[in-house]
Design a protein around this ligand. Structure first.
Ligand SMILES: Nc1ncnc2c1ncn2[C@@H]1O[C@H](COP(=O)(O)OP(=O)(O)OP(=O)(O)O)[C@@H](O)[C@H]1O
Ligand SMILES: [Mg+2]
Length: 229
């Protein structure tokens, strides 16, 4: 994927299995969000392919990809500000033949699951950054995805709420949802991910099990070295 002269993604490939939590790491500007944008259809790559259960879905529209089972959360949240939490989570269910009460019943478990039960009837514009992140997750899950792409979903979430959020993410593989998670918090990555890809400047620097990748010489030098210093 090129932006002008910048090669934002170069020869990056990975496979996520059903019921897997796959971690995507790398410093700022590594290409993590760009990769999500390509997979979710927000930008069309000038090379490369996305396969979903073997089917080539490259350059499908975001709506079509969502219907096919690819959901995402945004690093910078984009809720419908004038709608309530409940209405925001109901949006993906509209037009699918459900009655209002059926939609309400369906979204309840996701709203509770992300710990926003007490904010169900609050406007999205009244939420804190962390609450908006949790709303993003509930909205993505309400589409009943096969794969969910989580872009720094714990960013800005208060410590008291992070535990519940991670419990929910941890349950997703058991519900048949594959998770790709971009996350800067290494303890979160170690707890959740079973396989990692580490990007730097659009290229793969390391891949493998968390211990292998987080112990990789170049990764330690580039990423953890600064944090550990
Ligand atoms: N729409 C765009 N137009 C031009 N350049 C872009 C665009 N989107 C991203 N880039 C560039 O592509 C590179 C990768 O950016 P990206 O946002 O994917 O990084 P990231 O790994 O998600 O970083 P962060 O950890 O800061 O979120 C950066 O050099 C960025 O400036
Ligand atoms: Mg990003």
């Amino acid at each position: 994927m090129n932006f002008g002269g910048i090669s934002a993604l170069d020869n990056v490939s990975f496979e996520v299995l059903p019921a897997q939590v796959f971690g995507l790491l790398g410093p700022n500007g590594a290409g993590k969000t760009t990769l999500f944008n390509v997979i979710a259809g927000a930008i069309v790559p000038n090379a490369g392919r996305t396969l979903l259960n073997g089917e080539d879905v490259t350059a499908w529209s975001p709506n079509r990809l969502c219907r096919a089972g690819i959901a995402r959360t945004f690093q910078i949240t984009q809720p419908f500000q004038a709608l309530t939490v409940e209405e925001n989570v109901m949006v993906p269910l509209c037009g699918k033949g459900f009655s209002l009460s059926q939609m309400r019943a369906q979204v309840g478990e996701y709203i509770e699951g992300v710990g926003l039960g007490h904010k169900r009837f609050a406007l999205a514009s009244e939420l804190s950054t962390g609450q908006r992140k949790r709303l993003e997750l509930a909205r993505a899950l309400a589409t009943r995805p096969k794969v969910v792409l989580l872009d720094e979903v714990t960013g800005g979430v208060d410590m008291a709420s992070i535990g519940g959020l991670l419990d929910l993410v941890e349950k997703l593989p058991g519900m048949g949802v594959a998770v790709v998670i971009v996350e800067h918090n290494m303890s979160v990555i170690r707890r959740l991910a079973d396989s990692l890809l580490f990007l730097n400047r659009g290229k793969v620097l390391a891949r493998g099990k968390p211990d292998e990748v987080l112990g990789h010489k170049d990764v330690v030098e580039l990423y953890l070295g600064a944090a550990n210093a």
